[in-house]
Design a protein around this ligand. Structure first.
Ligand SMILES: Cc1ncc(COP(=O)(O)O)c(C=O)c1O
Length: 395
Protein backbone atom coordinates (compact mmCIF):
# COMPACT_ATOMS: atom_id res chain seq x y z
CA UNK A 1 0.00 0.00 0.00
CA UNK A 2 1.15 3.54 -0.79
CA UNK A 3 2.35 5.49 2.27
CA UNK A 4 2.87 9.16 3.11
CA UNK A 5 6.63 8.54 2.77
CA UNK A 6 6.09 7.29 -0.82
CA UNK A 7 4.22 10.49 -1.66
CA UNK A 8 6.91 12.67 -0.12
CA UNK A 9 9.54 10.78 -2.13
CA UNK A 10 7.45 11.29 -5.27
CA UNK A 11 7.31 15.01 -4.57
CA UNK A 12 11.10 15.27 -4.40
CA UNK A 13 11.34 13.41 -7.70
CA UNK A 14 8.65 15.15 -9.75
CA UNK A 15 8.88 18.76 -8.56
CA UNK A 16 11.84 19.74 -10.76
CA UNK A 17 9.75 18.90 -13.82
CA UNK A 18 6.32 20.30 -13.03
CA UNK A 19 4.54 23.38 -11.65
CA UNK A 20 3.61 23.84 -8.04
CA UNK A 21 0.05 24.95 -8.73
CA UNK A 22 -1.68 27.65 -6.69
CA UNK A 23 -4.50 27.15 -4.18
CA UNK A 24 -6.82 30.10 -4.71
CA UNK A 25 -9.75 31.27 -2.61
CA UNK A 26 -12.81 32.04 -4.71
CA UNK A 27 -14.95 34.80 -3.21
CA UNK A 28 -17.62 34.46 -5.85
CA UNK A 29 -17.93 30.66 -5.64
CA UNK A 30 -18.00 31.03 -1.83
CA UNK A 31 -20.85 33.53 -2.22
CA UNK A 32 -22.81 31.25 -4.56
CA UNK A 33 -22.42 28.06 -2.53
CA UNK A 34 -22.29 29.39 1.04
CA UNK A 35 -19.05 27.47 1.74
CA UNK A 36 -15.53 28.91 2.10
CA UNK A 37 -14.24 27.70 -1.27
CA UNK A 38 -10.64 27.18 -2.36
CA UNK A 39 -9.58 25.88 -5.78
CA UNK A 40 -6.48 23.77 -6.35
CA UNK A 41 -5.68 24.88 -9.88
CA UNK A 42 -4.30 21.76 -11.58
CA UNK A 43 -5.69 23.20 -14.80
CA UNK A 44 -2.50 25.30 -14.76
CA UNK A 45 -0.35 22.17 -14.46
CA UNK A 46 1.92 21.16 -17.35
CA UNK A 47 -0.15 19.41 -20.06
CA UNK A 48 -3.29 20.88 -18.45
CA UNK A 49 -3.94 18.26 -15.76
CA UNK A 50 -2.54 16.66 -12.59
CA UNK A 51 -1.75 13.51 -14.58
CA UNK A 52 1.90 14.48 -15.17
CA UNK A 53 2.60 13.95 -11.47
CA UNK A 54 1.89 10.22 -11.58
CA UNK A 55 3.36 9.82 -15.05
CA UNK A 56 6.69 11.39 -14.04
CA UNK A 57 6.94 9.36 -10.85
CA UNK A 58 6.25 6.12 -12.70
CA UNK A 59 8.40 6.75 -15.77
CA UNK A 60 11.34 7.98 -13.67
CA UNK A 61 11.17 4.71 -11.72
CA UNK A 62 11.39 2.75 -14.99
CA UNK A 63 14.47 4.82 -15.86
CA UNK A 64 15.18 3.93 -19.49
CA UNK A 65 13.78 2.33 -22.62
CA UNK A 66 10.30 2.55 -24.09
CA UNK A 67 6.97 3.13 -22.37
CA UNK A 68 3.47 2.51 -23.66
CA UNK A 69 0.05 3.66 -22.48
CA UNK A 70 -3.53 3.49 -23.62
CA UNK A 71 -5.59 6.60 -23.11
CA UNK A 72 -8.08 8.86 -24.80
CA UNK A 73 -7.21 11.89 -22.74
CA UNK A 74 -5.04 13.49 -20.10
CA UNK A 75 -2.95 10.42 -19.28
CA UNK A 76 -1.83 10.21 -22.92
CA UNK A 77 -0.48 13.74 -22.91
CA UNK A 78 1.10 13.30 -19.48
CA UNK A 79 2.96 10.11 -20.47
CA UNK A 80 4.10 11.67 -23.74
CA UNK A 81 5.39 14.77 -21.97
CA UNK A 82 7.10 12.94 -19.09
CA UNK A 83 8.77 10.39 -21.37
CA UNK A 84 10.24 13.07 -23.59
CA UNK A 85 11.54 15.13 -20.62
CA UNK A 86 13.14 11.98 -19.19
CA UNK A 87 14.76 11.10 -22.53
CA UNK A 88 12.56 8.05 -23.18
CA UNK A 89 10.30 7.02 -26.01
CA UNK A 90 6.52 6.76 -25.60
CA UNK A 91 3.95 4.93 -27.71
CA UNK A 92 0.34 5.84 -26.96
CA UNK A 93 -2.42 3.56 -28.21
CA UNK A 94 -5.71 5.35 -28.86
CA UNK A 95 -8.94 3.96 -30.30
CA UNK A 96 -9.70 4.96 -33.88
CA UNK A 97 -12.65 6.97 -32.58
CA UNK A 98 -10.46 9.43 -30.61
CA UNK A 99 -10.93 13.12 -31.43
CA UNK A 100 -8.36 14.68 -33.76
CA UNK A 101 -7.64 17.33 -31.13
CA UNK A 102 -6.55 14.74 -28.53
CA UNK A 103 -4.55 12.72 -31.02
CA UNK A 104 -2.66 15.79 -32.22
CA UNK A 105 -2.04 17.09 -28.68
CA UNK A 106 -0.43 13.76 -27.78
CA UNK A 107 1.75 13.76 -30.90
CA UNK A 108 2.60 17.38 -30.07
CA UNK A 109 4.22 16.25 -26.81
CA UNK A 110 6.50 13.98 -28.79
CA UNK A 111 4.85 10.53 -28.53
CA UNK A 112 4.14 8.11 -31.33
CA UNK A 113 0.42 7.43 -31.57
CA UNK A 114 -1.02 4.15 -32.79
CA UNK A 115 -4.72 4.14 -33.55
CA UNK A 116 -6.13 0.71 -32.70
CA UNK A 117 -9.59 -0.71 -32.06
CA UNK A 118 -13.03 0.81 -31.94
CA UNK A 119 -13.12 1.64 -28.23
CA UNK A 120 -10.86 2.24 -25.24
CA UNK A 121 -10.93 -1.39 -24.09
CA UNK A 122 -9.66 -2.65 -27.45
CA UNK A 123 -6.89 -0.04 -27.43
CA UNK A 124 -5.92 -1.00 -23.88
CA UNK A 125 -5.86 -4.75 -24.62
CA UNK A 126 -3.56 -4.07 -27.57
CA UNK A 127 -1.22 -1.77 -25.56
CA UNK A 128 -0.79 -4.51 -22.96
CA UNK A 129 0.53 -6.93 -25.59
CA UNK A 130 3.26 -4.64 -27.01
CA UNK A 131 6.74 -6.18 -26.85
CA UNK A 132 9.66 -4.02 -25.73
CA UNK A 133 7.55 -1.44 -23.92
CA UNK A 134 6.87 -0.97 -20.20
CA UNK A 135 3.18 -0.29 -19.68
CA UNK A 136 2.22 2.83 -17.70
CA UNK A 137 -1.23 2.36 -16.17
CA UNK A 138 -3.40 5.47 -15.83
CA UNK A 139 -4.30 4.81 -12.19
CA UNK A 140 -3.79 1.24 -10.96
CA UNK A 141 -0.11 1.54 -10.09
CA UNK A 142 1.60 2.45 -6.81
CA UNK A 143 4.04 4.94 -8.33
CA UNK A 144 1.23 6.62 -10.22
CA UNK A 145 -0.90 6.82 -7.06
CA UNK A 146 2.02 8.27 -5.05
CA UNK A 147 2.65 10.85 -7.77
CA UNK A 148 -0.98 11.96 -7.82
CA UNK A 149 -0.89 12.26 -4.01
CA UNK A 150 1.58 15.17 -4.34
CA UNK A 151 -1.40 17.39 -5.30
CA UNK A 152 -2.68 17.06 -1.75
CA UNK A 153 0.71 17.42 -0.02
CA UNK A 154 0.73 20.89 -1.54
CA UNK A 155 -2.79 21.54 -0.25
CA UNK A 156 -1.67 20.39 3.24
CA UNK A 157 1.18 22.92 3.11
CA UNK A 158 -0.91 25.82 1.81
CA UNK A 159 -4.01 25.86 4.01
CA UNK A 160 -4.98 25.07 7.60
CA UNK A 161 -8.34 24.11 9.01
CA UNK A 162 -9.75 22.38 5.91
CA UNK A 163 -13.10 20.69 6.57
CA UNK A 164 -13.33 18.78 3.28
CA UNK A 165 -11.46 18.13 0.05
CA UNK A 166 -13.60 17.19 -2.97
CA UNK A 167 -11.72 14.99 -5.42
CA UNK A 168 -12.85 13.86 -8.91
CA UNK A 169 -12.71 10.05 -9.21
CA UNK A 170 -12.24 7.91 -12.32
CA UNK A 171 -10.12 4.82 -11.68
CA UNK A 172 -9.20 6.28 -8.29
CA UNK A 173 -5.49 7.11 -8.60
CA UNK A 174 -5.91 10.77 -7.67
CA UNK A 175 -8.18 10.20 -4.70
CA UNK A 176 -6.16 7.24 -3.39
CA UNK A 177 -2.94 9.31 -3.30
CA UNK A 178 -4.75 12.38 -1.97
CA UNK A 179 -6.52 10.45 0.74
CA UNK A 180 -3.21 9.09 2.10
CA UNK A 181 -1.61 12.56 1.96
CA UNK A 182 -4.50 14.22 3.78
CA UNK A 183 -5.68 11.62 6.28
CA UNK A 184 -2.18 10.70 7.48
CA UNK A 185 -1.49 14.37 8.26
CA UNK A 186 -4.99 15.71 9.08
CA UNK A 187 -7.31 12.84 10.03
CA UNK A 188 -10.21 15.20 10.76
CA UNK A 189 -10.33 16.62 7.23
CA UNK A 190 -12.95 14.80 5.18
CA UNK A 191 -11.82 13.33 1.87
CA UNK A 192 -14.80 13.05 -0.46
CA UNK A 193 -14.76 11.58 -3.94
CA UNK A 194 -17.02 12.79 -6.73
CA UNK A 195 -18.18 10.84 -9.78
CA UNK A 196 -20.67 11.48 -12.55
CA UNK A 197 -23.95 9.59 -12.07
CA UNK A 198 -23.31 8.29 -15.59
CA UNK A 199 -20.12 6.46 -14.51
CA UNK A 200 -20.37 5.45 -10.83
CA UNK A 201 -17.99 2.48 -10.54
CA UNK A 202 -16.01 3.77 -7.52
CA UNK A 203 -19.19 4.97 -5.82
CA UNK A 204 -20.77 1.50 -6.13
CA UNK A 205 -17.51 -0.27 -5.27
CA UNK A 206 -17.08 1.65 -2.01
CA UNK A 207 -20.65 0.73 -1.10
CA UNK A 208 -20.21 -2.96 -1.96
CA UNK A 209 -16.61 -3.23 -0.71
CA UNK A 210 -15.43 -4.98 -3.91
CA UNK A 211 -14.71 -3.58 -7.40
CA UNK A 212 -17.98 -3.16 -9.29
CA UNK A 213 -17.88 -2.80 -13.09
CA UNK A 214 -20.29 -0.48 -14.87
CA UNK A 215 -20.79 0.48 -18.49
CA UNK A 216 -20.27 4.27 -18.43
CA UNK A 217 -22.98 6.31 -20.14
CA UNK A 218 -22.25 9.48 -22.06
CA UNK A 219 -21.12 12.26 -19.71
CA UNK A 220 -19.64 15.75 -19.93
CA UNK A 221 -17.07 14.44 -17.43
CA UNK A 222 -15.55 12.09 -20.01
CA UNK A 223 -12.14 12.15 -18.26
CA UNK A 224 -13.61 10.17 -15.34
CA UNK A 225 -15.90 7.88 -17.33
CA UNK A 226 -14.10 4.73 -16.20
CA UNK A 227 -15.90 1.38 -16.13
CA UNK A 228 -14.03 -0.16 -13.22
CA UNK A 229 -12.19 1.25 -10.21
CA UNK A 230 -8.61 -0.01 -9.73
CA UNK A 231 -7.60 -3.12 -7.76
CA UNK A 232 -4.83 -1.11 -6.06
CA UNK A 233 -6.82 2.08 -5.57
CA UNK A 234 -9.92 0.55 -3.98
CA UNK A 235 -8.24 -0.67 -0.75
CA UNK A 236 -6.85 2.85 -0.19
CA UNK A 237 -10.25 4.37 -0.93
CA UNK A 238 -11.87 1.96 1.53
CA UNK A 239 -9.30 2.77 4.20
CA UNK A 240 -9.17 6.55 3.89
CA UNK A 241 -12.07 8.03 1.90
CA UNK A 242 -15.11 9.20 3.88
CA UNK A 243 -17.67 9.01 1.08
CA UNK A 244 -18.12 9.18 -2.69
CA UNK A 245 -20.83 11.48 -4.05
CA UNK A 246 -22.34 11.40 -7.53
CA UNK A 247 -23.51 14.40 -9.55
CA UNK A 248 -25.85 14.94 -12.50
CA UNK A 249 -25.01 16.20 -15.98
CA UNK A 250 -26.92 19.46 -15.62
CA UNK A 251 -24.95 20.46 -12.54
CA UNK A 252 -21.69 19.53 -14.26
CA UNK A 253 -22.61 21.80 -17.19
CA UNK A 254 -23.50 24.61 -14.79
CA UNK A 255 -20.20 24.14 -12.93
CA UNK A 256 -18.09 24.37 -16.10
CA UNK A 257 -19.87 27.63 -16.84
CA UNK A 258 -19.45 29.00 -13.30
CA UNK A 259 -15.73 28.26 -13.33
CA UNK A 260 -15.43 30.11 -16.63
CA UNK A 261 -17.59 33.06 -15.74
CA UNK A 262 -16.70 33.59 -12.09
CA UNK A 263 -13.12 32.33 -11.80
CA UNK A 264 -11.97 32.78 -15.41
CA UNK A 265 -10.87 29.14 -15.38
CA UNK A 266 -11.38 26.72 -18.24
CA UNK A 267 -12.14 23.48 -16.38
CA UNK A 268 -13.12 20.28 -18.20
CA UNK A 269 -16.16 18.29 -17.03
CA UNK A 270 -14.08 15.81 -15.02
CA UNK A 271 -12.40 18.69 -13.18
CA UNK A 272 -15.67 20.48 -12.45
CA UNK A 273 -17.49 17.68 -10.58
CA UNK A 274 -16.25 18.92 -7.17
CA UNK A 275 -18.05 22.22 -7.67
CA UNK A 276 -21.10 20.30 -8.91
CA UNK A 277 -21.11 18.28 -5.66
CA UNK A 278 -20.91 21.49 -3.65
CA UNK A 279 -23.85 22.94 -5.56
CA UNK A 280 -25.93 19.78 -5.13
CA UNK A 281 -25.18 19.59 -1.37
CA UNK A 282 -25.16 23.24 -0.31
CA UNK A 283 -26.57 22.67 3.17
CA UNK A 284 -24.01 20.01 4.01
CA UNK A 285 -21.10 22.33 3.22
CA UNK A 286 -22.54 25.67 4.38
CA UNK A 287 -19.89 27.63 6.32
CA UNK A 288 -17.30 24.85 5.85
CA UNK A 289 -13.80 25.37 4.44
CA UNK A 290 -13.77 23.27 1.29
CA UNK A 291 -11.06 22.62 -1.30
CA UNK A 292 -12.09 21.70 -4.86
CA UNK A 293 -9.48 20.03 -7.03
CA UNK A 294 -9.91 21.52 -10.50
CA UNK A 295 -8.03 18.54 -11.87
CA UNK A 296 -7.86 19.33 -15.58
CA UNK A 297 -8.67 21.93 -18.20
CA UNK A 298 -8.42 20.05 -21.45
CA UNK A 299 -11.81 20.77 -22.96
CA UNK A 300 -12.18 19.88 -26.60
CA UNK A 301 -12.61 23.34 -28.15
CA UNK A 302 -14.97 21.93 -30.75
CA UNK A 303 -17.38 21.12 -27.87
CA UNK A 304 -16.99 24.24 -25.77
CA UNK A 305 -19.84 26.19 -27.37
CA UNK A 306 -22.25 23.30 -26.68
CA UNK A 307 -21.07 23.08 -23.08
CA UNK A 308 -21.57 26.80 -22.53
CA UNK A 309 -25.01 26.65 -24.14
CA UNK A 310 -26.05 23.69 -21.98
CA UNK A 311 -24.76 25.49 -18.87
CA UNK A 312 -26.74 28.62 -19.78
CA UNK A 313 -29.86 26.52 -20.38
CA UNK A 314 -29.58 24.61 -17.09
CA UNK A 315 -28.96 27.76 -15.07
CA UNK A 316 -32.06 29.33 -16.67
CA UNK A 317 -30.14 32.15 -18.35
CA UNK A 318 -31.09 31.02 -21.82
CA UNK A 319 -34.60 29.64 -22.23
CA UNK A 320 -36.51 28.00 -25.04
CA UNK A 321 -40.29 28.28 -25.32
CA UNK A 322 -42.83 27.86 -28.07
CA UNK A 323 -45.91 29.91 -28.77
CA UNK A 324 -48.89 28.69 -30.78
CA UNK A 325 -50.95 31.46 -32.37
CA UNK A 326 -53.37 32.26 -35.21
CA UNK A 327 -51.46 32.48 -38.47
CA UNK A 328 -52.16 36.10 -39.38
CA UNK A 329 -49.76 38.85 -40.49
CA UNK A 330 -48.02 40.74 -37.67
CA UNK A 331 -48.06 37.91 -35.07
CA UNK A 332 -44.31 37.47 -35.00
CA UNK A 333 -43.78 41.20 -34.61
CA UNK A 334 -46.32 41.37 -31.77
CA UNK A 335 -44.68 38.49 -29.88
CA UNK A 336 -41.19 39.92 -30.35
CA UNK A 337 -42.52 43.24 -29.09
CA UNK A 338 -43.77 41.66 -25.84
CA UNK A 339 -40.40 40.00 -25.22
CA UNK A 340 -38.53 43.24 -25.99
CA UNK A 341 -40.79 45.26 -23.69
CA UNK A 342 -39.58 43.03 -20.82
CA UNK A 343 -35.96 43.41 -21.97
CA UNK A 344 -35.60 39.75 -22.92
CA UNK A 345 -32.92 39.31 -25.60
CA UNK A 346 -34.05 37.10 -28.50
CA UNK A 347 -31.15 34.89 -29.63
CA UNK A 348 -33.02 32.88 -32.23
CA UNK A 349 -36.50 32.42 -33.68
CA UNK A 350 -37.89 29.45 -35.59
CA UNK A 351 -41.24 30.06 -37.28
CA UNK A 352 -43.04 26.96 -38.56
CA UNK A 353 -46.58 26.70 -39.87
CA UNK A 354 -46.18 23.27 -41.48
CA UNK A 355 -45.89 21.10 -38.35
CA UNK A 356 -48.06 17.97 -38.56
CA UNK A 357 -49.74 18.54 -35.19
CA UNK A 358 -50.80 22.12 -36.02
CA UNK A 359 -54.39 22.80 -37.13
CA UNK A 360 -54.64 24.74 -40.39
CA UNK A 361 -54.67 28.45 -39.67
CA UNK A 362 -52.32 28.16 -36.70
CA UNK A 363 -48.62 28.83 -36.56
CA UNK A 364 -45.93 27.97 -34.04
CA UNK A 365 -42.96 30.14 -33.12
CA UNK A 366 -40.03 28.82 -31.10
CA UNK A 367 -38.07 31.50 -29.26
CA UNK A 368 -34.62 31.15 -27.73
CA UNK A 369 -34.28 34.05 -25.33
CA UNK A 370 -31.60 35.29 -22.96
CA UNK A 371 -33.14 36.13 -19.59
CA UNK A 372 -31.73 37.41 -16.31
CA UNK A 373 -33.20 34.79 -13.99
CA UNK A 374 -36.10 32.27 -13.92
CA UNK A 375 -38.53 34.92 -12.56
CA UNK A 376 -37.75 37.06 -15.59
CA UNK A 377 -38.90 34.23 -17.88
CA UNK A 378 -42.13 33.88 -15.86
CA UNK A 379 -42.75 37.60 -16.37
CA UNK A 380 -42.37 37.31 -20.15
CA UNK A 381 -44.40 34.11 -20.49
CA UNK A 382 -47.08 35.50 -18.15
CA UNK A 383 -47.67 38.47 -20.38
CA UNK A 384 -47.72 36.43 -23.60
CA UNK A 385 -50.34 34.12 -22.03
CA UNK A 386 -52.31 37.09 -20.74
CA UNK A 387 -52.57 38.27 -24.35
CA UNK A 388 -54.31 35.01 -25.23
CA UNK A 389 -51.45 32.92 -26.69
CA UNK A 390 -50.67 29.32 -25.81
CA UNK A 391 -47.10 28.99 -24.46
CA UNK A 392 -45.07 25.86 -23.75
CA UNK A 393 -41.67 26.03 -22.02
CA UNK A 394 -39.12 23.58 -23.35
CA UNK A 395 -36.55 21.88 -21.13
C1 LIG B 1 -9.28 15.86 -15.41
C2 LIG B 1 -9.31 14.58 -14.66
N1 LIG B 1 -9.73 14.58 -13.39
C3 LIG B 1 -9.78 13.46 -12.66
C4 LIG B 1 -9.40 12.24 -13.19
C5 LIG B 1 -9.51 11.00 -12.32
O1 LIG B 1 -8.31 10.38 -12.09
P1 LIG B 1 -8.26 8.89 -11.56
O2 LIG B 1 -8.49 7.99 -12.74
O3 LIG B 1 -6.90 8.77 -11.00
O4 LIG B 1 -9.34 8.73 -10.55
C6 LIG B 1 -8.96 12.18 -14.51
C7 LIG B 1 -8.56 10.91 -15.11
O5 LIG B 1 -8.18 10.82 -16.23
C8 LIG B 1 -8.90 13.37 -15.26
O6 LIG B 1 -8.48 13.37 -16.54
Amino acid sequence: MVTLADIKAARALVMPFIHRTPLLRSGSLSGITGADVYIKAEILQKTGSFKVRGAFNKIASIGKGNVAAASMGNHAQAVAFAARRLGMHALIVMPKTVSIVKEEATRGYGANVELYGENFQEALDHALTLDGYTFVHAYDDEQVIAGQGTVCLEIDDDLDGIDAVLVPVGGGGLIAGCAVAIKEAFPKTQVLGVQAQAAPSAFLSLKEGVPVSTQPLHTLADGIAVGRVGEKTLPLIKKYVDEILTVGEETIAMSILLFMERSKFVVEGAGAVGLAALIENKERFRGKRVVLIASGGNIDLTLIDRMIYKGLLTSGRVVVFEVTADDVPGRLEALAGIIASHRGNILNVVHDRLLADLPIGKTRVIFIVETRRPAHLDEIVGEIEARGYEVKKRV
